[in-house]
Design a binder for this molecule. Structure first.
Ligand code: TMP
Length: 214
């Protein structure tokens, strides 16, 4: 099973992914938690370039190609091997991030984005995708608070430094994707407390698993 998590900065993906992995492990699944960008060793080097706030001059097309390069390496080296060993893979961001960040927010050619994703992913589509939906103002506040407290590195803040309208386009983009494909996406209100978010995710997960097994 391949599960992805999406959302704006500060939506709480990392915490909730851990809960899902704990739940699946307790149910007898072997799980691999991974993320994009930076799920492979080569990807971690690409991630450092992509998120470094000093790289203000990165060209939007360069940015897109680096995300595609990271994804290709990640799929080949990590995701496909794990799935073929029967593991469940839980990924913090995947191709929907590219559609939303580089497409909806940066306004790059959506045809090119879909073609790159098609080349890199082939038949690999997530079985379910959780969108942790949150007002961008709250998400950015949370993200910067983590940077200031030292629990999030200040060397990866290139996207947090974008203005509010950029993050609003991202949120709207995710909600539009969810509207187009309700069979894959599950939207969770991430402004709720952590425990309520966890309960809603696990409920949706068990419902989907039961449906998949039928
Ligand atoms: P994160 O790992 O802290 O979520 O940071 C990853 C950043 O990269 C986040 O701001 C979203 C952005 N991103 C894209 O712009 N396009 C992509 O395809 C992916 C995977 C992430």
């Amino acid at each position: 099973m391949f599960i992805t998590f999406e959302g704006i900065e500060g939506a709480g993906k990392t915490t909730q992914i851990r809960y899902v992995a704990d739940y699946l492990t307790a149910e007898g699944h072997q799980c691999m938690i991974t993320k994009e960008p930076g799920g492979s060793a080569i990807g971690r080097r690409i991630r450092a370039i992509l998120l470094d706030p000093a790289n203000r001059d990165i060209h939007p097309l360069t940015e897109l190609l680096l995300y595609a390069a990271d994804r290709n390496q990640h799929i080949q080296e990590m995701i496909r091997p794990a799935l073929s060993q029967g593991k469940s893979v839980i990924c913090d961001r995947f191709h929907d991030s590219t559609v939303v960040y580089q497409g909806y927010a940066r306004k790059l050619d959506t045809g090119l984005i879909h073609e790159l994703n098609r080349q890199v992913m082939a038949d690999l589509i997530p079985d379910m995708t959780f969108i942790l939906d949150l007002e961008p103002k709250i998400g950015l506040q949370r993200a910067w608070q983590e940077v200031n407290q030292g629990t999030r590195t200040d060397r990866e803040t290139r996207f947090e430094s974008e203005d509010l309208s950029f993050h609003q386009r991202i949120r709207a983009g995710y909600l539009e994707l969810a509207r187009q494909d309700p069979a894959r996406f599950i939207v969770i209100d991430s402004a709720q407390d952590e425990d309520t978010v966890k309960k809603e995710i696990l409920q949706a997960l068990t419902d989907r698993l039961a449906a998949l097994e039928q």
